[in-house]
Design a protein around this ligand. Structure first.
Ligand code: NAD
Length: 256
């Protein structure tokens, strides 16, 4: 119960990494706002949590993280329902990409920057203001990616947005330390969520081989790390990147 008494807002909480983190946080004693663009799935997650023996532990809110007023409203929902906010997990994201010279900026750049980059900035800003107003401090965890630290095929926009997430995290930790606010970014590798599961079996096998255990990471394995980072046990992890990539970033396969 390392998150007992904490209130968390988890964006992208209706699927994949966010969903696993919602369940983990509730098991660790937190009260959670499940924030997602998909209202129906967010509400279903809350109903599941209620049915799982955790009445009152979760609330749903529909949010498009690319719209600041909606992110502010999601933070306000946490305050209205649970009285405060202690943790934000800026995790909502979209993936995909095209060769750079085939880009239509209105299709292949702007929408992804709005969700994957602006959405995280808005989460940091809205939660940071709430933490300051409460005078309680708080924790900001944001989902970057292995692609935030490298160039990758067909990922020009995604890599840029995920690199920004790391930069935001450093600057937020620096600027907000005086309010007792901590910021951390995570860089998942290949995680078995709908983002990855949409690809062919062959590609998923390749993805698995890029990690040291030779398999895709399970969403709950990322959630375990996020719960630790959100807890007071991680008080000295600040302004940095936690690689949750099963070694992806530290090895290169030998060519036979
Ligand atoms: P997912 O598709 O299972 O979950 C993403 C969730 O975000 C969905 O519920 C979706 O409805 C929601 N969402 C999308 N756009 C939104 C918006 N504008 N506002 C609010 N919610 C929105 O994917 P996932 O794999 O769990 O991805 C979670 C995060 O992890 C993303 O930021 C992704 O880039 C990152 N990531 C994933 C992997 C991986 O291998 N799966 C690797 C590295 C990073």
């Amino acid at each position: 119960m390392r998150l007992q008494g904490k209130v968390a807002l988890i964006t992208g909480g209706a699927s994949g990494i966010g969903l696993a983190t919602v369940h983990k946080f509730v098991r660790e004693g937190a009260q959670v706002v499940v924030a997602d663009i998909d209202r129906e799935r967010a509400e279903k997650v809350v109903a599941e949590i209620e049915g799982d023996g955790h009445p009152g532990a979760a609330a749903a809110v529909q949010v498009d993280v690319s719209v600041y007023s909606q992110v502010e409203a999601a933070v306000q929902r946490a305050v209205d329902v649970f009285g405060k906010l202690d943790v934000i997990f800026n995790n909502a994201g979209i993936a995909g990409g095209k060769a750079l010279l085939d880009h239509d900026p209105a299709v292949d750049y702007e929408p992804m920057i709005r969700v994957d980059q602006d959405g995280v900035y808005y989460g940091i800003l809205a939660a940071g203001r709430q933490f300051r107003a409460q005078g309680t401090g708080g924790v900001i965890i944001s989902t970057s990616s292995i692609y935030g630290e490298q160039a990758a095929e067909l990922a020009f926009t995604y890599s840029a947005a995920k690199a920004a997430v790391i930069s935001f995290t450093r600057s937020a930790a620096y600027e907000l330390a005086e309010y007792g606010i901590r910021a951390v970014a995570i860089t998942p590798g290949r995680v078995g969520t709908p983002i990855i599961n949409q690809f062919s079996e062959e590609l998923r096998t390749t993805f698995a081989s890029e990690q040291l255990r030779g398999k895709l990471t399970e969403p709950h394995e990322i959630a375990d790390v996020v719960a630790f980072l959100a807890s007071d046990e991680a008080n000295v992890i600040n302004g940095t990147v936690v690689h949750v990539d099963d070694g992806y970033s530290v090895f290169k396969k030998r060519l036979d």
